[in-house]
Write a protein that binds this ligand. Structure first.
Ligand SMILES: NC(=O)C[C@H](N)C(=O)O
Length: 337
């Protein structure tokens, strides 16, 4: 039998309402008591390292999870991290960047409804996640509503429905129904364990001196002067395929100034799918390409986590740009994938 470690962090899956609104109160043994038969198929150990709503999580919590995986790596075949859904995609991205040479599955899961509720999706998601953690695959993934999603590509797109997560700009790796897994045969081999493994390492350096700015028509440009003084990295959610205003509200000019002041600026899009391409429109061409980070088709969750890791490791814009623009675990489209 495979040995699986469940690392519990909280979330709705572990929540009950004790009079103050839903909040995590259940421990990991409580969770497992709802799916008793899973213990016939796997050796399961568990540890709770925090019990929080993921809305209250921070990059320091990503560090704690990465450190726990590293500490326990040689003792288990796979890992399940129970986690709130609200920021799960940020954590799954951050772990993908912090952990190198991962040759086992690290599966994040949670639920839209508490495991104690009649309509809950928690029991299914937890048992699916454990099954995936027992497979011979490698990488950080989210398992939700029967789908195996690459951790850097997941986005929470629904607040109530069971199918809360979408795999954006990347196919689902596998689906699971009644405990039977069907892999996407076109990409399955990319996720199979390596025969010869390199030693796992983690790099948990972070800096959260970043801001995410969503453009809107008529946005006042003054904010950029404040940002230049107080932040080291700015993520801009531009319009469409990379449109940045250069008219009355001249944000393109402000981006040039930020880059000159040694602030790393990454441009992505507020559209869910298909990413940015700067060269197509005049409104995209004014961006100083050599100094600005091209987010390609990375989603904002992955970009936030990657920028936080980049700023923890580098101070020079070109180093930050190189790090962010280089694909890590399928976060960016690459012809090599
Ligand atoms: N469904 C959930 O888990 C939502 C919860 N607020 C959390 O992220 O912890």
């Amino acid at each position: 039998m495979k040995n699986i470690l469940i690392i519990a962090t909280g979330g709705t899956i572990a929540s009950t309402d004790e009079g103050q609104g839903l909040a995590p109160h259940l421990n990991v043994d409580d969770l497992l008591s709802f799916i008793p038969s899973i213990k016939d198929k796997f050796n399961i150990a568990s540890e709770s390292i925090m019990n929080v709503d993921s809305t209250n999580m921070s990059p320091e919590d990503w560090q704690k999870i990465a450190i726990k995986v590293k500490e326990e790596y040689s003792n288990y075949d796979g890992f399940v991290i129970t986690h709130g859904t609200d920021t799960m995609a940020y954590t799954s991205s951050a772990l993908s960047f912090m952990i190198s040479n991962l040759n086992k599955p690290v599966i994040l899961t949670g639920s839209q409804y508490s495991i104690t509720e009649n309509c809950t999706d928690a029991q299914q998601n937890l048992s699916d996640a454990i099954i995936f953690a027992g497979q011979d695959i490698k990488g950080v993934f989210i398992v939700f509503d029967g789908k195996l999603i690459v951790g850097t590509r997941a986005m929470k797109i629904k607040t109530k429905s069971y199918d809360a997560f979408e795999s954006v700009n990347f196919p689902y790796v596998a689906e699971i129904k009644h405990s039977r897994i069907t892999y996407n045969k076109y990409i399955e081999t990319k996720f199979l364990k390596n025969e010869n493994e390199n030693e796992l390492s983690i790099n948990t350096k972070i800096s959260n001196k970043i801001q995410v700015i969503k453009l809107f028509p008529g946005m006042n440009v003054d904010i950029f002067d404040y940002l230049a003084k107080n932040y080291k990295g700015i993520i801009i959610e531009s319009f469409g395929i990379g449109g940045i205003p250069f008219g009355v509200y001249n944000i393109s000019e402000k981006i040039k100034e930020l880059a000159l002041q040694n602030v790393a600026v990454a441009v992505t899009t507020q559209c869910l799918e298909e990413g940015v391409e700067f060269g197509l429109y005049e409104v995209g061409k004014k961006i100083p390409k050599d100094n600005v980070i091209y987010a390609n088709d990375m989603n904002t969750e992955a970009l936030v986590a990657k920028m936080i890791c980049a700023l923890g490791n580098f101070t020079n814009i070109s180093d930050i740009k190189n790090y962010i623009e280089k694909p890590i675990f399928f976060d960016i489209y690459s012809s090599e994938h």
